[in-house]
Design a protein around this ligand. Sequence first.
Ligand code: CP3
Length: 353
Amino acid sequence: MRGRGVWDFMAGRDGIFIRACRMKKSSRTPVWFMRQAGRFLPEYRKLRKQYGFMDIVKDPKLAAAVTLMPVERLGVDAAILFSDIMTPLEGMGVRFRIEDGIGPVVDAPVRDFYDVESLRELDPYESTAFVMEAVRRSKRALHGRTPLIGFAGAPFTLATYLVEGKRSEDLSVTKSFMHSKSDAWHALMERLAAASAEYLSAQVLSGADAVQLFDSWAGGLSPADYEEYVLPYVKDIFRRLRGMEVPTIYFSTGTSVMLDSVGRTGANVISVDWRIDIGDAWDKIGKKALQGNLDPALMLCDIKTIRERAGRILDRVGGRPGHIFNLGHGMPPTTPVDNAAGLVSAVHEYGAH
Ligand code: CP3
């Protein structure tokens, strides 16, 4: 089934998370966490003893079960689909594996125009049919308790893995590709943007209530290079999603010096990291919803400190509509579950308007 079903109307489509994305007033500030599904939850770690990471991703029943875990355990106001930014690349002909403690490793990195040309167009219903089924199953299992966020990797962040072959600190191979083979670079970004847009549209048509684009490593670029080599493609994705009537979120880190560019991506919600005061970030971004800002490292401190720092962010925002409480990046893998649950309670308490 490609159309939307009865669950859309029950899934809190006018609940506090979606209202905040739309900058509407609500009874309290919604809270969810990036990387809340899997990673730090003991029930996920237990499942991982039995199954490989990609085995869970490719099994819609298991993927939906992991998607639900943080909703049940922490009481967050949104679920995010359990998958990875690398998942759709397989359908484009890229072979990769996820290595423990390292992350994605690509077998044959993309290094020239020929490699770019050999990337196939993504048919999300064909090669990622299991993702669409995981979306439908997650929606059914959520039963309207929270909305479901679908996601994709942004072209630049995906390109860093494709070109470098794995995570790189200085992105030097990516940058030299970008500057010295700029025609091939633009062709690569065009293909990745088309794939991410198609992939996100399919998730929405399968039932996702909102979508987030992860551009984790965009902050490694100079503002001028971001404008020239990255921003047009991010804009293109959000332009293609405009008719879909679900809120869109753009996530990046290390981009507080280029928030004016990030604010022009066309996303409804902008995610900010902890390297900027949230009030200053909002002034720079303008009339858009804002997510993020708490330093993830705080999750490893005592609950009193976490509550106090969460309170500071909520005070600074002062109940302004359009605020979604989140961390500036992903939940650290060693976070004690009580700290995550305690932070949700703190936001629910202090964030009541
Ligand atoms: O938010 C969620 O919890 C939903 C699931 C999700 C995963 N990865 C599961 C995962 C999401 C949204 C992602 C996004 C992702 N993947 C990003 C962007 C967000 C970010 O944190 O910057 C990036 C850069 C990746 C690439 C990736 N995948 C890395 C670097 C790793 C290494 C381990 C880690 O947790 O960071 C992965 C593997 C991965 N993706 C795991 C999980 C739960 C761990 C795999 C395992 O179970 O061993």
